[in-house]
Design a protein around this ligand. Sequence first.
Ligand code: NAI
Length: 644
Amino acid sequence: MTLVSIEMHGDIAVLRADNPPVNALGHPLRAALAKAFAGLKGVRGAVLTCAGRSFFAGADIREFDAAPQPPAIFELAAQIEALPFPVVAAIHGAALGGGLELALGCAGRVAAPSAVLGFPEVTLGLIPGSGGVVRSARLLAPGEAARLLTTGERIPADEALRLGLIDAVAQDPVTAALARVAELAEAPRPPLSARPLPPAPESWEPARKAALRAARGAEAPGVALDVLIHAWEVDFETARAAERAAFERLRGTEQSAALRHVFFAERRAAKAAKAEGGPDIARPGVLGGGTMGAGIAAALLVAGFPVTLAEASPEAAARARTRLEGLIAAAGARGKVDPAAALARLTVGQGAEALGGCDLVIEAVFEDLGVKRAAFAALEAACAPDALLVTNTSYLDPRGIAEGLRHPERFAGLHFFSPAQVMKLVEVVPVPQTAPGTEAALWRLIGRLGKTGVRSGICDGFIGNRILKRYRAAAEALVIAGAGVADVDAAMRGFGFAMGPFEAQDMGGLDIAHARRQAARAAGAQVPRCLGDLLAEAGRTGQKAGGGWYDYPEGSRRPEPSPEAARLLAPMRAMGGAVPAPAEIAARLVGEMAAEGRAILEEGIAATPEDIDLVEILGYGFPRWRGGPMFATRSGAPALARAG
Ligand code: NAI
């Protein structure tokens, strides 16, 4: 296969790289590019473009585990800059990471309207190491450079044009790039490495604060900013060498290893969304328009589906519509959807009959086996025999729901997370009768929703909620032994969670878990009394009740230590016990999560440790840069107390 072909357009050469699927800049391609550029003689200029669906979408991440083989991307960029004629990058698809760095070595850049550009390195625990930071410093406004480099955000072509990252947006970037080469051949401009820096901002503090806040313990964003600031303090070559050294150091960190682990786990999950067989869903419906049903319907609308939502009564239907309109307006405000167009695709009705025309119905009615069975009987009567019918149950055994079905082969559990229009995770829970085609159709649906699916076997709470239960019990055990509620929450925030286990419970409400424990006890199960019971029984069910583990005076959302909660909990607590250090608290709780994860693996509930890590990161806020509980506690991992 020819990795790089050259085609002459008069005296301008068009270099076209072809390294499917996304022209990743692996070593053979880099070598071929270096050779192609070195061989260009007597031309007026060159266009650098790619065949297939994308410009260079980045470096080849598989090569990150070893020392890079020359030519490195930074050497290629320097080679392009040193050519005696202008080179213009013609970008379509994605120009990310090393691909964008290579484009910054070019004298100009033209992109198709649908192109996306960015420096996603920080999402892999890295920074651009091939001149991306130091050339951005000379091309962009400092604040914008800081934002792109520290967030890893991918921006569309029109924004890239506004920021000055590219020179033009064109339907046909190669043709536009040819014209740009001709312009630059007439009126050359110095390469980025030779351009002066724009004035530095008066203070980098706002940028640093924003970066550190968003990083939540991840190291790379702060390093990216340091390297950027350094560009104002030294000459280009010194700054570039410092950038490279920082990249090389980060490549060996535990954080980068963790983030690459998650990247590959997500990529494997994305492959599952390409499953073949079964129907292509075109007209989904949702039964039950409460918290979850409305969120799921919003996710479907945002993904472009026409959606029918059915509720139990006209009043409930009206409430569901209002709830959904609010969610769609919020999605509209974030630029995710055109609210008017999305709502035009929505039908709200009453009862299962309203869903008769759907080819998939996601059930999200009350968590009660009798209610759900009745709902599915009504759905089977209303819908075509080949329509898929799935349940969003959190804790009920889907096999129990399937028992009453005439066509259990088209049934499965599809467990979304709250808020369903935001959370990326979906657990796919087939029952023994679920047909392969049914499951395949669900995987593709998850892909179209832009979500990540993880297959779970059947157990109480599936993968995620089962680990959550163990995590919460372990957190309570620490408090019972003498640690403060706020100490435990602070330790987990310090570990990288957005919220500690008790704050999170206050936000979600303590009542549902309490009711579940009570029901289990009533059914004769041995469920020991716990601290959460003491609070729930006293009406302290969380933020919505003005208090739970913490107080929330006058509707505030800021947790404040609660003397009343302390008094209620006192009878079960050992006062004056030794309080473990924060790192020890985190290590203990993560260790418990991983222990439950191992049990889940042994029982075959999850297929791989990666799946468990994905569930925790995408569904429960486990810090991505820690790689998930299984990765963080794998054999050979650095001790958690010291990591980070
Ligand atoms: P919810 O109480 O907010 O909503 C349930 C809705 O179903 C209500 O609006 C009710 O009017 C409607 N409904 C009840 N019976 C119906 C029927 N026969 N036909 C049509 N509509 C009916 O409950 P939520 O939180 O939305 O939970 C729904 C399901 O999703 C439950 O199975 C729950 O376990 C599960 N789930 C909940 C999560 C959460 O965080 N709330 C997360 C993931 C799953």
